[in-house]
Design a protein around this ligand. Structure first.
Ligand SMILES: Nc1ncnc2c1ncn2[C@@H]1O[C@H](COP(=O)(O)OP(=O)(O)O)[C@@H](O)[C@H]1O
Ligand SMILES: [Mg+2]
Length: 258
């Protein structure tokens, strides 16, 4: 049923000069699903995410979020519509504490807030207190309360990943794009990251689309896996179907001495 699809891309393409990084990609993400996006380096996975998240205008194709054509819409607009992608912490965020990182991820009321600070100072302070409460609850959920006042730049790789995921919780996201949540994370924290994803999926109904090289993590989390190679969808299916498919094995290892 069409209403069960929260995100779909059709004919999505992106060229960088002469390089066709993404060449007509189609896939759908169902409500409440955790979809994996895998493929060899340079397959076009991150470029696909960048287009969905509004950071790169597509050369062609359409992106539909919750029934609305969002093609070319900017990141901040999409954020308000409940689509969020996580980032590796930037320098700016590294110099804020873990708690502050979450607080600034709460949706701000922009113009409204500026007006309100002149005319209704008390209301703004109440909102600030609400945001800090939510940030503290989120840190607790993530098991990061002990590093609340630590600068994010000083956290371990895994703690930073958890914090990135925590930022999506400040906005009650509907669809979350995770680009390599397992990269640079030790196995213990990796399990924790996977648990968080499962918990947000099951308890809060978040839908995820995850780029990941760790196939154990993909197998554990994802019902459906979309395999990209050379900017195209090579196949999609369950992890079992994918791992036994000749084309996939070829795409990863073809022409190389393994
Ligand atoms: N901003 C860019 N300018 C030029 N080429 C790019 C840019 N971003 C990505 N590419 C190229 O597009 C291709 C796909 O890259 P990417 O989407 O990052 O792949 P993946 O995430 O699957 O490893 C690669 O050949 C990469 O070098
Ligand atoms: Mg990438």
């Amino acid at each position: 049923m069409a209403t069960d699809i929260v995100l779909s891309v059709a004919g999505l393409a992106k060229s960088f000069g002469g390089l066709k990084a993404v060449q007509g990609v189609d896939f759908e993400v169902e409500k409440g699903a955790i979809v994996g996006l895998i493929g060899p380096n340079g397959a076009g996975k991150t470029t696909t995410f960048n287009m969905i998240a509004g950071e790169l205008p597509p050369s062609a194709g359409k992106i539909i979020l919750l029934g609305e054509d969002i093609t070319g819409q900017r990141t901040d607009m999409l954020y308000h519509k409940g689509l969020m992608r996580t980032f590796q912490l930037s320098h700016e965020y590294a110099r804020m504490t873990a708690l502050e990182n979450l607080a600034v991820a709460a949706p701000d009321q922009t113009g409204e807030a500026i007006f309100a600070s002149w005319f209704a100072g008390g209301k703004v302070r109440a909102r600030e207190a609400e945001v800090l409460d939510l940030a503290r609850d989120t840190l607790e959920f993530l098991g990061l309360t002990h590093v609340a006042d630590e600068l994010a730049g000083n956290l371990s790789g895994g703690q930073k990943k958890l914090l990135e995921i925590g930022r999506t919780m400040m906005n009650d996201s509907k669809v979350v794009l995770l680009d390599e949540p397992g990269a640079g994370v030790n196995p213990t924290l990796m399990r924790k990251v996977a648990e968080m994803i499962e918990q947000l999926n099951q308890e809060r109904g978040y839908t995820f689309c995850i780029i990941e090289h760790d196939m154990d993590m993909i197998a554990r989390l994802c019902g459906k896996v979309v395999v990209l190679a050379e900017g195209k969808v090579l196949m999609e299916g369950t992890m079992d179907e994918v791992r036994n498919d000749e084309r996939v094995i070829d795409a990863y290892f073809g022409g190389e001495v393994v």
